[in-house]
Design a protein around this ligand. Structure first.
Ligand code: ADP
Ligand code: MG
Length: 726
């Protein structure tokens, strides 16, 4: 994130010095460097016993660079075995575990019941292991191996015996009594086995006094039912029992979530306090002047969002708010309200969209509300060049233009404002925290981010955790229901008949073909739509007007086609996913999605949002032929619900947080042990704790927060852009 104009005052604790001292303290300060062999969390992993330069490279590929990383290289699974017993101590009728050396093996297949017999020994005695029908074991057990076996003890022919025991062959290098067979199972690589990793980590567990420091206060730990951090690290790698493992997991998950939330809380504090925007107070007069522009009453949700936004804009702390609402829920109206409020306060407003189509769509729909308005507004497109462009930019710079609409790229490039009071960013379904940060180059305007992708509560708290959130949950009244059906090939003719009936009564339809995702494949994508268009126009619906729209068409051509569709001159619009953004035609009540199995849930939901905008009932037909379970699952969710939030939660569940949203891409630390879905309760607790802490001690300056501050800077300082605060 870029530095703000208003930095915290430089003084004896300048950010750079702080960072440096934190770095030093990691090596020389708190965990004092006491001579050769002393490890600290920041010691390169190479210097750990058993590693060395070659293995350090292998570790680097596993993301492990320092001793601290190594301690956070948590097992992916754990094995619990009972304490082994010496053979001399075995008692008949007990179920026991022994560790012993294989002396000999013998397969007796001449018996009626074939039998595999193994003689083992330890330093106290010998024992016989037998498996009925054990022929398959001939390849697995050989003399010289050390095995761990668990089974019921008997006394047979003067010899101790385990019958059909469960066993594990201990890795080479294990000796009898080796402590490394139980405990963690580590994610391994071809060049580093789980056992090798374990033998490197376990000895470190005796030195945790130097390596792990506690950063929560005892009273808090007690009240939150969390164990100490050192115990947690020790037990996650070498849990004495399941209960202690569970406690260790809980504590480490909590810390991970807590540190993330603390980073977010600090980032938020900084935007609020070290930058200032123009206060844009709203009066009853301004409010009613703006509301009069809309030919309808604002919904309750819209009004509530507007109050929240107006309260934010009334302050000099810059607004940093996310406006969520499904496609068609009425966000544009709310954004326009905010823009007009900024203009009423003699500042400029910019509205940015991800694509030109969407920007021009915004402009068109805003024009509907701004007839005869004094507000000077302009749409900046890529097609605008030369003198005309230069002139417009000059007018914006002088402050002669109040409201500027364009794409994010255009507005970021070379446009200078006289006084930018508000930036609205319509992200549709693309999250872009980075764009938000970059925008702030022209001072710090109030910032409203709009998204049509309902964000599951867990993500709202993490990915967007430093934003305030306003939600439009219910669409404006008078919308017809949407019926969604999964249609397979066998019922195609029937589906076409159904559509034909609707077209006859002057309803309109969309046919969407999938994008094949990669850029170089866009060609195919157009081809699919082109082929589809030919088939539909010539064979299926020759009596109707069927038109084609795709992303590679010139903007003017696209606008013409969309204009005609809007006016009802086109019955069927065949398209690639370009229509995902920017079409609002209430009379279009049919949405056919071809090869629907190839779309993600979020995209399917977006597409469906194009219908159901008028009063009549709408139909979404998902054409798909697939046996793929995940795809069928998605289609099933679509037919079951139209609630965007439910769909988003399902999407997150099906895809997992990693795929749904890459944390690292957005400047957040990757989570190693916690999972924002499964550990929701801990997340809520961590968030509350972190935000309270920052409100009490925003610089983490209190002595009792010293360790915490250090941990935070050492760990996430750079990625969270926190270094100048913490
Ligand atoms: P979004 O930006 O969330 O996709 P829009 O603001 O474009 O939604 O609104 C979708 C449609 O609903 C538009 O045609 C708009 O005129 C209409 N609309 C918005 N708010 C209301 C309202 N309060 N009452 C009736 N219609 C509304
Ligand atoms: Mg919109």
């Amino acid at each position: 994130m870029k530095a703000h104009k208003n930095q915290p005052p430089e003084g004896k604790s300048s950010p750079a010095k702080e960072r440096e001292s934190a770095r030093q303290s990691a090596s020389t300060g708190y965990e004092r460097f006491a001579g050769k062999g002393t490890l600290t969390p920041s010691t390169p992993v190479q210097y750990v016993k058993g590693v060395g330069p070659a293995r350090a490279e292998v570790f680097a590929r596993l993301g492990v660079h320092t001793v601290g990383d190594l301690l956070e290289y948590y097992p992916r699974d754990w094995i619990f075995v009972p304490e082994p017993v010496k053979i001399a101590q075995l008692r008949p009728d007990q179920t026991t575990t022994i560790i012993a050396l294989v002396e000999s093996t013998d397969y007796q297949d001449y018996r009626r019941t074939p039998l595999f017999e193994v003689m083992v020994s330890d330093e106290t005695d010998t024992c016989r292991l037998i498996w009925f029908h054990g022929g398959y074991l001939r390849n697995q057990l050989q003399p010289g191996q050390v095995i761990m076996a668990t089974g019921k003890v008997s006394f047979f022919k003067h010899q101790l015996q385990l019958t059909n025991p469960k066993f594990t062959v201990l890795e080479e290098g294990h000796t009898r009594g080796d402590p490394y067979f139980s405990g963690g199972v580590y994610p391994a690589s071809a060049r580093l086995s789980s056992g090798q990793i374990k033998r490197i980590i376990v000895p470190l567990l005796d030195r945790l006094d130097d390596l792990v420091n506690e950063f929560h206060e005892p009273a808090f730990l007690k009240q939150a039912l969390l164990i100490g951090r050192q115990d947690a690290v020790r037990w996650i790698h070498r849990p004495p029992d399941e209960e202690k493992l569970a406690k260790a997991k809980r504590r480490l998950k909590y810390d991970e979530l807590f540190l993330m939330q603390l980073g977010l809380a600090l980032r938020r504090y900084r935007t609020l306090h070290f930058a200032s925007a123009t206060a844009c107070p709203c009066s009853d007069e301004i409010d009613s002047r703006i509301r009069r522009r809309f030919p309808f009453l604002l919904t309750e949700d819209q009004s509530a969002c507007i109050s929240e936004i107006a309260a934010d804009m009334n302050r000099t702390e810059p607004m940093n708010r996310l406006l969520q609402g499904d496609v068609g829920s009425g966000k544009t109206v709310v954004a326009l309200y905010a823009a007009l409020l900024a203009v009423a306060n003699k500042t400029q407003a910019a509205i940015m969209a991800p694509t030109e189509i969407l920007a021009s769509q915004h402009f068109i729909s805003m024009e509907r509300y701004l007839k005869n308005s004094q507000v000077k507004r302009v749409l900046i497109t890529g097609g605008l060049t030369g003198r005309k462009r230069a002139e417009l930019l000059e007018q914006i710079r002088r402050g002669d233009i109040d409201l500027v609409v364009g794409t994010v790229a255009l507005l970021q490039k070379d446009i200078e404002f006289r006084q930018l009071g508000l930036v609205v960013i319509d992200e549709q379904h693309k999250f872009g925290v980075h764009q938000r940060a970059e925008l702030r180059k022209d001072g710090t305007p109030h910032c409203l981010v709009m998204t049509a992708t309902p964000i599951p509560r867990t993500l709202a708290m993490t990915a967007f955790g430093d934003l305030d959130v306003s939600i439009i949950r219910h669409a404006p009244p008078g919308r017809g229901a949407i019926v969604t059906r999964h249609v397979d090939r066998r019922h195609l003719a029937h589906a076409y008949d159904f559509i034909r009936e609707r077209l006859k009564v002057k309803k309109q339809a969309y046919f969407v073909y999938p994008r094949i995702s990669a850029v170089e494949e866009t060609g195919k994508d157009i081809k699919a739509a082109t082929d589809g268009w030919q088939e539909l126009s010539q064979e299926v619906f020759p009596e109707f007007k069927v038109a084609l729209l795709h992303g590679q068409m010139p903007l003017a051509e696209k606008q013409r086609v969309m204009g005609e569709f809007r006016k009802g001159k086109i019955d069927v619009l065949v398209s690639t996913v370009v229509i995902e953004v920017g079409v609002d035609v209430p009379n279009a009540t049919i949405m056919v999605i071809e090869e629907a199995d190839r779309f993600g849930l979020a995209q399917l939901h977006q597409l469906r949002g194009r219908i159901g905008r008028g009063e009549s009932k709408s139909y979404c037909l998902l054409f798909a032929e697939t046996e793929n379970e995940v795809a069928r699952n998605r289609l099933e969710v679509m037919t079951r619900t139209t609630d965007g939030f439910e769909i988003a939660e399902q999407d997150l569940r099906i895809r997992g947080p990693g795929e749904f949203f890459s944390a690292r891409q957005h400047g957040l630390p990757d989570l190693k042990i916690a999972n924002i879905i499964d550990d929701y309760e801990l997340l809520v607790m961590a968030r509350k704790h972190a935000f309270e802490l920052v409100s009490q001690d925003p610089m983490l300056a209190a002595p009792q927060h010293r360790n915490l501050r250090r941990t935070l800077v050492a760990k996430f300082g750079e990625t969270l852009g926190l270094a100048d605060v913490a």
